[in-house]
Design a protein around this ligand. Structure first.
Ligand code: ATP
Ligand code: ZN
Ligand code: ZN
Length: 817
């Protein structure tokens, strides 16, 4: 007798374990790991994933409850993905259910209310023993639960048989939350002659039947062979319509339901293949292609300066991968921000590419996922979560802009797509390529330790040098009497670019008008009533308002300071809106465009904005980091950074790294084609090493300095950091939970190679009226501390949970505070 061990899909902590069910005899041999099944847990009907199947004998197995249905014929999850789910749970301390939800698109989740009804196209009668249930379903569609309640537990099997015989179907959306889309086809059964004769014969007597036959005959004549069928929708007919049913009953046509994709086939764009590769590109392609073919695990850091043509390298290595029979996965930081790159992949590989992005509806995601699962699409391009795509024979994963923080997921399971990619390549014996102009400290450290090699591309494809960067000390500007947002150098750069018909980009890492309002009389800042953070000033057509960027709370702008009553509130900290306004005031004839979260909320707005700017619809583009990544605008000759200091001021050990990366990326948007590029960076801290290194395009200098600091103060990559948060509306409870976690940790972990920092209020100590306390743990290997950390977490978490609060564990944390 077979017993299936399953994971139920209900996301409750107490249910995060395996449950055993008996496999009914008729399904023995049909049940496999990765398959979805229906089971009852207590009285609850739910979907579950088969984890393992074992042959077990004895009464214990016979007493188990049976599986109620097998949802998938072939397992939805491959063995590799099942192992990945298990690994995710261990690596990030997350429940198996949460990991499954991360891996499988939401469309595959069970819809709680399914009903079964008689299939409208079914003629005849089912076998005798199935008739009672069938008759009942003819009277009214019933849910699974109703079927079991009214017809007893054996009805589960009867239902399955009726389904298998095509007598009944699931109503509405089908099995999954969103099912496959099906279209009915009429398929000819006889010869072309019989069909024509039948059409003529019916032209009077049954003209509507005749029309169907004529359409089939026409399709036949056009194809020159028996057509695969004609979709009924093309004839504005449904399978239940009288003439269709009549023809089917007479055996003139066969009706067939076929699955079709909801995703319009990617319009294969132009494939722009460069006439000749640079020598660096050629060398990179040679080395990487050799690795893709040899089927051994390897990691490579493709360190290519901005505009060095990394995309072309990816494309050609992918070609080598496909030629060797492998599948490939490309991760980009955010699909909406990289439309140009996605177009190039589709241009080269056409319908073999599946693009997974958040703009897809659930049904579209499902269809793309299935296209990948079935091997019809062998290349997947997507953001973070695409790292779970079920690519067949996966041999190559490319992570573009590998240094980007968006590869870390900030909700459970708090995975890092780069680590997942590494795990998958290690498991499949594949090649991992980490591409960046500014490789992360982590990636470079791997190179140092001999766990990865680096492939340099130090020159731009246009043969021109990287754009010269001028660092402007804003204190000097003040001394020289310039109080405007723009230094003289920045102003000159803008005017030169726009004056010569080129375009310019201005970067400022803050949306809104100003960071905060400060009272110049008493020093009060206007903070969010629900969060310990000041509110951002926004300005629109209908005036100004304040908004909290943490919880979204808005407020009107008071005329006087609420603290001291003086009319002395002034805006501080420049945002995109203010830059846009200043540009319009100073250069009224210029066409200015702004791109930030506020201007691109609408679906497709990103892409539109990017192509409008690429088409020359604006002279100056103002934007946040959204415009820093991987965009290729050949006509941009000037880039200005309005303030480099906002990024440096973030209280995070990675602030310098982020600043260096962003400055390098932003500067890299200039001078990518014929136009010479130029960049101006404004700052109050011109001597800072991150700014200096970026200005000199000196990655090595930055790396040396930053590495030394990280080592001295013991930060990643010289250790790993895990952060615990206790979150509760009552400060006292949040604090004591964090303190308890700290004590539990110290007791369990000892001192050896582990540092537990004292429990403190988080950087923003209150968000949405909830207090946040944190504990930071530093260690060298998660496997050494996992048990201790997880045990401490469970103890505190349970108590916190019953007290109405939340605990969060961020393993290998993306941020602290
Ligand atoms: N061998 C080549 N000869 C000429 N042009 C090329 C060549 N290879 C790529 N290009 C072009 O160079 C430009 C820059 O390439 P790409 O966008 O891949 O750079 P990148 O290395 O990804 O830079 P970034 O890090 O800034 O995104 C593109 O317009 C691309 O079409
Ligand atoms: Zn005041
Ligand atoms: Zn708030």
């Amino acid at each position: 007798m077979q017993v299936a061990s399953v994971v139920v899909e209900i996301p409750a902590r107490a249910l995060d374990r395996r449950f055993d069910y008996r496999v009914p005899l008729e399904w023995e041999g049909r049940v496999a790991p990765g398959q979805r099944v229906y089971v009852t847990l207590g009285r609850r009907l739910c979907q579950a994933y088969v984890w393992s199947v074992a042959d077990v004998d004895g009464p214990a197995a016979r007493d188990l409850k049976p599986l109620l249905a097998v949802v998938d014929d072939t397992p939805l999850l491959t063995a590799e993905l099942m192992d990945l789910v298990a690994w995710l749970g261990e690596r990030y301390g997350a429940s198996t259910q949460a990991c499954l939800q991360a891996v499988v698109p939401a469309a595959f989740r069970l819809q709680p209310q399914r009903k079964y009804r008689v299939r409208p196209d079914f003629r005849g009668l089912p076998p005798d023993d199935l008739q009672p249930l069938w008759q009942a379903l003819r009277r009214e569609p019933l849910s699974y639960r109703q079927v079991l309640a009214r017809h007893g537990p054996d009805a589960a099997i009867a239902l399955e048989r009726l389904l298998a015989l095509g007598c009944i179907e699931e109503a509405a959306a089908g099995r999954d939350q969103v099912g496959a889309r099906q279209i009915w086809f009429a398929v000819p059964t006889g010869s072309l002659e019989t069909m024509r004769a039948a059409a003529t014969e019916r032209s009077r007597r049954a003209p509507r039947q005749a029309r169907i036959l004529e359409a089939l005959a026409a399709a036949w004549a056009e194809a020159g062979c028996p057509p695969g069928g004609v979709p009924l929708t093309a004839l504005s007919l449904r399978p239940s319509d009288e003439p269709v049913r009549a023809l089917a009953a007479q055996g003139m046509v066969r009706l067939e339901a076929r699955e079709v994709s909801r995703v319009p086939e990617a319009a294969a764009g132009r494939d722009e293949r460069p006439a000749a590769l640079t020598r660096w590109q050629a060398e990179a392609i040679r080395r990487l292609s050799a690795r893709v073919v040899d089927e051994r695990f390897s990691v490579h850091v493709l360190h290519g300066v901005t505009g060095s043509g990394k995309t072309e390298v990816y494309l050609q290595v992918m070609e080598a991968c496909l030629a060797a029979g492998g599948g490939a996965l490309v991760l980009v930081p955010e699909i909406a921000l990289t439309p140009q790159m996605v177009q190039r992949f589709v241009g080269r590989f056409g319908p073999q590419v599946a693009v997974l992005h958040s703009g897809l509806s659930q049904g579209e995601k499902r269809d793309e996922w299935m296209r990948v699962r079935r091997g019809a699409a062998r290349i997947v391009v997507g953001a973070r979560s695409a790292v779970f795509a079920p690519v067949e024979n996966l041999r190559l994963i490319i992570v573009d802009e590998e240094h980007e923080p968006s590869y870390k997921q900030e909700e459970s399971p708090r995975y890092d797509a780069r680590e997942v990619a590494r795990w998958r390549m290690e498991r499949c014996g594949g090649t991992l390529v980490l591409g960046s102009a500014t490789p992360s400290l982590q990636a470079m450290h791997e190179v140092e330790r001999g766990r990865a090699d680096v492939i340099p591309m130090p020159q731009r494809t246009n043969g021109k040098p990287l754009p010269p960067v001028t660092v402007v000390d804003m204190r000097e500007e003040l001394r020289a009497g310039n109080r405007s947002l723009f230094s003289r150098a920045l102003r000159q750069g803008l005017e030169e670019a726009v004056g010569s018909g080129r375009q310019a980009i201005l970067f400022i890492n803050r949306r809104g008008y100003a960071a905060f309002l400060l009272c110049r009389s008493c020093g009060e800042t206007l903070d969010c009533p629900h969060c310990d953070i000041s509110m951002t000033l926004h300005r629109g057509r209908d005036g100004a308002w304040l908004q909290c960027h943490y919880c979204g709370e808005t407020a009107s702008v008071p005329a006087v300071c609420p603290q001291c009553g003086e009319p002395a509130l002034r805006p501080y900290g420049v945002g995109t809106q203010q830059v846009e306004q200043a540009l319009r005031e100073q250069w009224p004839t210029w066409r200015v465009m702004r791109m930030d979260v506020d201007t691109t909320r609408r679906k497709g707005a990103h892409q539109q904005a990017i192509s409008r700017f690429a088409d020359g619809d604006a002279d100056v583009l103002v934007g946040t980091q959204m415009i820093a990544k991987g965009l290729d605008f050949p006509n941009v000759s000037f880039v200005g950074v309005v303030s480099a200091d906002t990024m440096l001021a973030v209280p995070d050990y990675r602030a310098a790294e982020r600043t260096f990366n962003l400055l390098t990326q932003v500067a890299g948007r200039a001078g990518r084609a014929e136009a010479e590029g130029k960049t101006v960076v404004q700052t109050y801290r011109p001597e800072h090493y991150a700014i200096q290194a970026a200005a000199h395009h000196d990655y090595a200098a930055f790396y040396r300095r930053e590495r030394a600091l990280r080592e001295a103060f013991s930060y990643p990559p010289f250790c790993e950091i895990t952060v615990f948060w206790a979150i509760h509306p009552e400060e006292r409870l949040a604090r004591s939970a964090a303190q308890r976690f700290e004590r539990e940790l110290r007791r369990r972990l000892g001192e050896d190679g582990v540092t537990v920092l004292p429990a403190v209020a988080a950087g923003v100590g209150r968000v949405e009226d909830k207090y946040r306390y944190q504990v930071v743990v530093k260690y060298s290997h998660w496997v050494h501390v996992r048990e201790g950390v997880m045990a401490a977490f469970r103890t505190v978490d349970e108590k916190m949970h019953s007290a109405g609060g939340t605990c969060v564990l961020d393993v290998n944390a993306g941020r602290i505070g």
